[in-house]
Design a binder for this molecule. Structure first.
Ligand code: ADP
Ligand code: TPW
Length: 599
């Protein structure tokens, strides 16, 4: 502990005079350090090299000083986009993505992304400046007054506040551990304005920092759990492996491939697990999804939850007789969270541990003559696949005018095939569903999308983060509605010169663009936008390339040029406004007025 003389004034009960706050130009005496510097040192000590944020009181100087200290600061136009960027940076790098915001409204703008990170199991830390505790807690009307810690807590895996400079090291260490250990998630770190100008002895400050040792410790599964899972799989007549984005996050790619190929079991990737094993692999059952889910007798979930995206593991999707009925499958579930099993249906063989350790333990315990799945099962899947692939090829070969989802996405499919290393960002309803099923992925963690919530607005934040942390070309396939949630970040893309090619599948509205006001009034339908909107001009406005594409050939040329040049590009791909169905493939989730007969 520092001695009394080194403690900041605020702990002794006297508030520091913030008129003397060290601003960018001021110097803290060499033998002293301050809150600004300790936050920066603590982050750097733990390998944080990039932050996403938006400056303002009380963190403006922090953004300047971070940049001066060699941390890359990506400054956004809206905190929500910075937050989504941080969340996906966490997913891609396994280091917590950091989002830095101002107090109350900036914090709230970032909070959606924090909740999104927690929901999706992405490691992220939302760092927000906050106002004076004494004033906030007495509700005396401070500038941007809000009890941010209390508001963040239910949306985060953990939430911390640091009041004293000497506690910054512990606060940052705890935030990092909470974000990346076990099931990853969003963490809130509250840094009150008064923290930053607090000074302390530089040596003592240095000693107070913590370099987190082993922030995400391996979690080795119990041998009997591994054996139980293997016994169940071995006895299966119609086994299936279901890969989720937890498996992508785990970065255990080689072992997963060995397990898949070694067992010969067909696999089905959830959308962000596409590419872990190539979609074109002969064991990939995506093109026979509606056949394999109800027919499989043993399903091994690897980093995937039986939530709404998998119909909670029951009902018609799984061959159940009624919407809530269990289909009779037995489940193995590999997950780092010991509480995940049995959340919807019985899990017969839970394997709790990190996916890397679980998969390698399974490989080690499998004997050399592991039986391949029955030929009858593999043959039945292959037959469905061949039929469905042929049907899809027929749709893709059509060339209607105006374009539809298929003819436009056929181009994207070819471009991704030619550039398998590119990152694909995807949001929308139909734009999401069709892209997921049409565009094959070939490498792990190349597809990032709306995730567990099916949220609109991740598009440009994800694109920016993907380009920044990977350096790879980004292709963002966006519904025109989806794009609108984060479109202003085109300026950010241009400002940082990022290799992002945005393709808007523009059908003039939410889901489609042909609805009319039923009253005949002059207001448009709530579901449509300005017809013939020229989105490409938005990118041009900031110095990027804008292209209007009305044919597949124009779209192909524009995408190829974007990838060649690596210049920020927005392609406004005009598709039929009658293309698209309400909510894409989840129309059934819309509450509908009850029909008379059922009342
Ligand atoms: P999807 O939407 O692709 O089905 P989910 O987000 O529902 O995937 O599930 C991801 C699961 O992966 C979560 O239950 C989470 O606990 C788990 N998970 C995340 N990281 C790891 C890891 N390193 N090892 C094991 N499980 C993990
Ligand atoms: C934060 C509801 C789901 S999909 C969608 C909305 C508004 C847009 C669909 O139109 P788009 O795509 O993007 O043009 P397409 O191809 O179908 O025409 N607010 C949030 N999240 C969600 N999911 C919604 C609203 C929604």
């Amino acid at each position: 502990m520092p001695d009394e003389a080194q403690k900041p004034a605020s702990r002794a009960g006297t508030a520091p005079d913030t008129s003397n706050v060290a601003s960018a130009g001021d110097r803290v005496p060499a033998q002293e350090t301050d809150g600004f510097q300790l936050v920066i040192d603590a982050l750097k000590l733990n390998g944080i090299d990039t932050i996403f944020g938006l400056p303002g009181i009380p963190i403006t100087d922090l953004t300047r000083k971070l940049q001066a200290a060699g941390v890359r600061v990506i400054s956004f136009r809206h905190e929500q986009n910075a937050g989504y960027a941080a969340s996906i940076a966490g997913f891609l790098t396994r280091k917590p993505g950091i989002c830095l915001t101002v107090s109350a409204p900036g914090f709230l703008n970032g909070l959606t992304a924090l909740a999104h990170a927690t929901t999706n199991c992405f490691p992220m830390i939302l760092v927000s400046g906050s106002s004076e505790r004494e004033v906030v807690d007495l509700q005396q009307g401070d500038y941007e007054e809000m009890d941010q810690l209390a508001i963040a807590r239910p949306h985060a895996k953990a939430a911390f506040r640091v009041l004293h400079a000497e506690d910054i090291g512990v606060g940052v260490a705890r935030a990092i551990r909470a974000a990346v250990s076990g099931r990853p998630g969003g963490v809130y770190l509250d840094l009150p304005a008064k923290l930053f100008p607090q000074t302390m002895d530089a040596e003592a400050g240095k000693r107070s920092l913590i370099k987190v040792v082993d922030p995400a410790p391996r979690q080795i599964p119990a041998p009997d759990a591994v054996k139980r899972a293997l016994d169940l799989l071995k006895g299966a007549k119609r086994p299936l492996i279901l890969l989720g984005k937890g498996a992508a996050y785990a970065q255990a790619d080689a072992d997963l491939l060995a397990l898949g190929v070694g067992t010969g079991i067909p696999f089905l990737p959830m959308s962000m697990a596409k590419g872990l094993l190539p979609d074109t692999h002969e064991q990939c059952a995506s093109a026979a999804r509606s056949y394999v889910l109800p027919e499989a007798d043993v399903v091994m979930l690897v980093g995937a939850r039986l939530n709404w995206l998998l119909s909670q593991g029951k009902g018609k999707t799984w061959g159940g007789a009624t919407p809530k009925a269990w289909g009779g499958q037995k489940f193995v579930q590999i997950d780092i969270s010991p509480q995940e099993a049995d959340s919807n249906v019985r899990i017969d063989a839970p394997v709790v541990g990190d996916i890397g350790s679980c998969v390698s333990a399974m490989l080690a315990a499998m004997d050399a003559n592991w039986p391949q799945p029955p030929a009858e099962w593999l043959g039945a899947i292959a037959e469905r696949k061949t039929k469905n692939v042929a049907k899809m090829a027929e749709s893709l070969a059509q060339n209607p005018a105006p374009m539809n989802y298929h003819s436009a996405l056929n181009v994207v499919r070819d471009i991704v095939k030619a550039n398998p290393d590119a990152m694909l960002v995807n949001e929308g309803a139909n734009a999401l569903d069709f892209t997921r099923s049409i565009v094959d992925m070939y490498q792990p963690r190349r597809r990032i999308d709306v995730g567990t919530w099916g949220v609109m607005g991740i598009g440009m934040g994800y694109s920016i983060a993907a380009a920044v942390v990977s350096g790879k070309q980004v292709i963002a396939v966006e519904g025109d509605s989806a794009f609108g949630f984060s479109g202003m970040e085109c300026e950010t893309i241009c400002r940082y010169g990022l290799p992002v090619c945005v393709v808007i599948l523009n059908n003039n509205g939410v889901y489609r663009g042909d609805e009319v006001n039923p009253t005949g009034g002059t207001d448009p339908s709530p579901l449509v936008f300005v017809k013939g909107a020229r989105y490409e001009k938005l990118m041009e406005a900031f110095g990027g390339t804008g292209v209007l594409a009305t044919t597949p050939a124009e779209l192909r040329n524009a995408m190829e040029a974007a990838i060649r040049s690596r210049k920020p590009t927005l392609i406004n791909a005009v598709i039929d406004e009658k293309a698209g169905t309400e909510s894409g493939r989840i129309t059934s989730l819309n509450p509908a007025a009850r029909k008379k007969a059922t009342q």
